[in-house]
Design a protein around this ligand. Structure first.
Ligand code: UDP
Length: 331
């Protein structure tokens, strides 16, 4: 049996490929390399460069690899502010890309998919922590594009028997503990890598977007989870589908919230650097607080996150950023 990882050269995808290879699973990777990095992909994976929306290309991948039994799908755009400026890019790549992928999966008879959804599908939650059954009302196009993907999956399961697990990630942070793979977006928009770029001296200062939110210190509160733990959740989710279980969704988070100011303070502690910062206007599309109730993943999948301490998460990220101040260009 082989697993096809779409977007396997991206941040979370590359960690998942690495974990699959460590376990001895035959792994095929597809990535357009628009945002992913070839150097992030474990050498033992079979690699194809191409777009998941290109049906002929995807038909070829399935044809050449008949052992593929399940798909793990990370190949989507994920930057909230960009989605606010260019929603059609998100609906085209994320939502329409998934439709084309599913058409080819139906043809190829591959009936299992685990895919990246997001806490952004909940919008501004009515309560904290957020449960999987809580209302999904996105407040940005990124979240809306992922919610549409979940809905498309639901109907494709009923009609075509493709079983799915939607994994709703909260905020992802950290790198492989040996510092060999990590986060590298261009442009970088995420909080922790920006904080650590300032610590590493490749960026002048941090701007904290808004300090008038309805939170204890006025800055947004987020729940951080390590890509290593996310990778394990994907592998457990494939196993869950292999056992013949029904389609479902799981939240993946640590169930602990940190404000943007607290992240800055923890990063100053870990790096022992000053990290200059200033308060800037709100960025748009940011809910006050996002914290996961992740007991369903723990109970049903048996998921046990190993990185449950924000300082440990930041230490792994710092190992990557301090040795790769220019990301994969430093390889
Ligand atoms: N943020 C910030 N300054 C930055 C980047 C992000 O203050 O340079 C804030 C952002 O407004 C949000 C939090 O950090 O409150 C997490 O944002 P990020 O983009 O990392 O992840 P998201 O929550 O959008 O998935």
């Amino acid at each position: 049996m082989a697993i096809l990882v779409l977007g396997g050269a991206g941040y979370i995808g590359s960690h998942t490929v690495d974990r699959l290879i460590e376990r001895g699973t035959e792994t095929v990777v597809v990535d357009s390399l628009i945002t992913g990095h070839r150097a992030a992909v474990n050498d033992k994976a079979k690699f194809y460069k191409g777009d998941i929306a290109d049906r002929d290309f995807m038909r070829k991948v399935f044809k050449e690899n008949p052992a593929i039994d399940a798909v793990i799908h990370f190949a989507a755009f994920s930057v909230v502010p960009e989605s606010m400026k260019n929603p059609l890019k998100y609906f085209d790549n994320n939502t329409s890309g998934m439709i084309k992928l599913l058409e080819v999966m139906v043809e190829a008879g591959v009936k299992k998919i685990v895919f990246s959804s997001t806490a952004a599908t909940y919008g501004t939650p009515e309560r904290t922590p957020i449960k999987e059954t809580d209302p999904q009302k996105p407040i940005n196009p990124y979240g809306e594009s992922k919610l549409a993907m979940e809905k498309i999956m639901h109907w494709t399961d009923l009609a075509n028997g493709i079983k799915f697990v939607a994994l709703r990630y909260f905020n992802v942070a950290g790198a492989k503990p040996d510092g060999s793979i990590g986060e590298d977006h261009n442009p970088e928009t995420h909080l922790l890598p920006i904080v650590l770029q300032v610590a590493a001296g490749t960026r002048a200062k941090l701007q904290i977007f808004g300090n008038d939110y309805n939170t204890p210190d006025g800055t947004n509160v987020r729940d951080y989870v390590h890509p290593f733990d996310l990778a394990d959740a994907h592998i457990l989710a494939v196993e869950y589908l292999e056992k013949g279980n029904d389609s479902t969704a799981f939240n993946l988070g640590s169930s602990t919230g940190f404000s943007n100011m607290e992240i800055l303070k923890a990063a100053r502690d870990v790096t022992k650097k000053e990290i200059p910062a200033e308060i800037a206007p709100r960025r748009g599309g940011d809910p006050d607080t996002l914290i996961a109730a992740s007991d369903k993943a723990r109970k049903v999948l048996g998921w046990k996150p190993q990185f449950d301490d924000i300082h440990k998460i930041i230490e792994t990220a710092w190992k990557w950023h301090s040795t790769h101040p220019n990301g994969y260009n430093d390889k």
